[in-house]
Design a protein around this ligand. Structure first.
Ligand code: PGA
Length: 251
C-alpha cells in the first residue's frame, strides 16, 4: 500500500551535459518499471534541463537542498518556489553532508521542510546517526531527536506528505551498508515515533527510505524488510544501469 520510492542523490557530480546523458539512458532502462516512484536529484544548475528532458517520463526531479525564504537578500540561496518552477517535485532536506559540512541543524531542517511543503515540494527529510552514536547505543535517541526537531510544529496532514530517509552516517559512501536487520530495526522505531507524533494512519502510510551504500547487489534484501519503503542512493545512482537495477528491485 506504500508506493516505494527509489531516489538518486547525485551530490556534486555531473555537468549539465553528463546529467542529460545519464537521464536519457535511465529513461530507456526504467520505462517498464511499475509501482515505484523514481526520483533523481541533480546539482542546481542541471535541474531545469534534466526536468525538461524527463517531461512525460516516470522519473521525477528533486533538489538536494532548499532555502526557507521565498525571495529577498539571501545571496546564494535558492527558494522552494524557484525549484518548483525549474521542475522539481521533491527536495532532499537535512542530508548528513549538509549537517556535517554546512551547519545544517534540526531547526534549519524544520524551516526548510515547512517552506518546501508550502511550495508544494515533497520533502525527503534525512536523518541518521554517526558511528560513535551507534556504538554507544544512542541510535534511536539521535534519530528521534532529528525527526522531532525536523517535524516540529507540523500538523499531521503535513507530516503525511513527507518522506523520511534513514541514512546511518557511517554507511554513506563507505561501502558499509547497514544489515537489513539493523536498518529494519530503526525503520520500525521511526514508524512508531511517527505514530506517536501524527497518528497510526499517517505512520502506516509514510514512506521511510534507507540510504547508505545501497547497490544493485544489496537492494533486494533491504527492500524485503517490512518497514523499508525505498532507497536514497548516492554512488550507485551515477550509472544508469546500476540505478535502473535498483529501481527494479525484487522484493
Ligand atoms: P551512498 O550515498 O549511496 O553513496 O552511500 C547515499 C547518500 O548519501 O544519500
Amino acid at each position: 500500500m506504500r508506493t516505494p520510492v527509489i531516489a538518486g542523490n547525485w551530490k556534486l557530480f555531473n555537468t549539465v551535459a553528463e546529467s542529460l546523458a545519464l537521464v536519457r539512458d535511465l529513461k530507456a532502462l526504467v520505462a517498464d518499471a511499475q509501482g515505484v516512484e523514481i526520483v533523481v536529484a541533480p546539482v542546481f544548475t542541471a535541474i531545469h534541463a534534466v526536468a525538461g528532458e524527463l517531461k512525460g517520463s516516470t522519473i521525477a526531479v528533486s533538489s538536494q537542498d532548499v532555502y526557507w525564504e521565498e525571495s529577498g537578500a539571501f545571496t546564494g540561496e535558492v527558494a522552494p518556489c524557484l525549484l518548483k518552477e525549474a521542475g522539481c517535485a521533491y527536495a532532499i532536506i537535512g542530508h548528513s553532508e549538509r549537517r556535517q559540512y554546512f551547519g545544517e541543524t534540526d531547526e534549519t531542517v524544520n524551516r526548510k521542510v515547512k517552506a518546501a511543503l508550502k511550495a508544494g515540494l515533497i520533502p525527503i527529510m534525512c536523518v541518521g546517526e554517526l558511528l560513535e552514536e551507534r556504538e554507544s547505543g544512542k541510535t534511536m535517541q539521535v534519530v528521534a531527536k532529528q525527526i522531532k526537531g525536523g517535524l516540529a510544529d507540523l500538523p499531521a496532514d503535513d507530516i503525511a506528505k513527507i518522506i523520511i530517509a534513514y541514512e546511518p552516517v557511517w554507511a554513506i559512501g563507505t561501502g558499509k551498508t547497514a544489515t537489513p536487520a539493523q536498518a529494519e530495526e530503526v525503520h520500525k522505531s521511526i514508524r512508531s515515533l511517527i505514530a506517536a507524533l501524527a497518528g497510526t494512519q499517517v505512520a502506516v502510510g509514510m514512506r521511510i527510505l534507507y540510504g547508505g551504500s545501497v547497490k544493485a547487489d544489496n537492494v533486494d534484501e533491504l527492500m524485503g524488510q517490512e518497514d523499508i519503503d525505498g532507497a536514497l542512493v548516492g554512488g550507485a545512482s551515477l550509472k544508469a544501469d546500476s540505478f535502473a537495477r535498483i529501481v527494479k528491485f525484487n522484493k
